[in-house]
Design a protein around this ligand. Structure first.
Ligand SMILES: CC(=O)N[C@H]1[C@@H](OP(=O)(O)OP(=O)(O)OC[C@H]2O[C@@H](n3ccc(=O)[nH]c3=O)[C@H](O)[C@@H]2O)O[C@H](CO)[C@H](O)[C@@H]1O
Length: 276
């Protein structure tokens, strides 16, 4: 690819991303996420491409010590799962790389919980097998592919006892990357800089289920089960640095996240393999 094209920046999205799965197959998480990233950074270095946008995760903050989470919240402490550690290690590798060579400029985007689909309904999340994440799971229950949802714990210290997360529309997330790229192209900054991408609002699992049920007009059958290994109770961000540094802020609501997910799932009940 480098022989045919000239690159000025790279966005590194690739990786495995399921908290529960990473507790079962940690080596695969380290191999794909950490080794895969090192291979990419080596190729970039070889071709003198030193600007990178990296998809990290709020998971590097571990069990939050305060809310909302700012970028100065400690990272790497009490990390609850292999997925979190893999993202934390990559962030560390990028720091070392930037310290070793001042020409590198890396924007680390710490995603909170990206969900939703393109508003056309033609592009959405199509997990392999049973979904791991909440929103695609709820969508599969609503469309009738899966009989019911397991809600992992209702004994957290939250509004209704279920886990609270900062859900972010995938189109807002995409726009966040465009802002990061634009910043990279016009700024003379260097080093590794971490930025939260979220809305700053937290919603519980039951609030998500209720909103999805309202927009889809379907009953979402669920059962409360024990906590999922590797989960924390609440996680939502202070998103002000993204606004200040990138000029980006999330615009879309939880309702739009559910509506767009439902449009995609009801048009494509079997994902991209749906016969149309
Ligand atoms: C705090 C944290 O680490 N957040 C990261 C983690 O999100 P999460 O692991 O929080 O995302 P998720 O969608 O798997 O879970 C969201 C919430 O729904 C609950 N739930 C989920 C599935 C289900 O079948 N039933 C159920 O109750 C789960 O316990 C949690 O409270 O991974 C994401 C990528 O996947 C992002 O990197 C997030 O930043």
């Amino acid at each position: 690819m480098h022989a045919k094209h000239e690159f000025c920046c790279v966005i590194h999205f690739a990786g495995l991303k399921a908290v529960g799965e990473s507790c079962i197959i940690p080596l695969t998480y380290y191999q794909v996420n950490v080794c895969g990233s090192i291979n990419l950074f080596l190729v970039m270095k070889e071709h003198n491409v030193k600007r990178l946008v990296f998809s990290s995760s709020s998971t590097v903050y571990g069990e939050p010590q305060f809310l909302p989470i700012t970028e100065s919240h400690p990272v790497g402490q009490n990390l609850l799962n292999g997925y979190a550690k893999s993202k934390y290690y990559i962030e560390g590798i990028l720091q070392d790389l930037c310290n070793s060579d001042k020409e590198w400029f890396v924007i680390i985007l710490r995603y909170f919980n990206p969900v939703g689909a393109h508003s056309s309904g033609t592009l959405g999340e199509d997990p392999n097998g049973i979904p791991n994440n909440l929103m695609p799971y709820v969508a599969h229950v609503a469309v009738g592919n899966i009989p019911n949802l397991n809600v992992f714990g209702n004994d957290y210290n939250t509004i209704d006892g279920t886990g609270v997360r900062d859900y972010l529309h995938i189109m807002d997330l995409a726009e966040g990357h465009v802002s990061a790229l634009e910043k990279m192209l016009k700024s003379n900054d260097s080093g590794a800089i971490a930025i939260n991408l979220g809305t700053g609002n937290g919603y519980s699992v039951l609030q998500v289920i209720n909103m999805f049920s309202e927009v889809s007009k379907r009953k979402i059958k669920y059962e409360i089960v024990g906590r999922r290994s590797g989960d924390c109770g609440s996680s939502y961000c202070d998103a002000s640095f993204a606004k200040e540094y990138l000029g980006w802020e999330a615009k879309r609501t939880l309702k739009e996240m559910c509506e767009d997910t439902w449009r995609w799932q009801s048009l494509y009940p079997q994902g991209f393999s749906t016969k149309t």
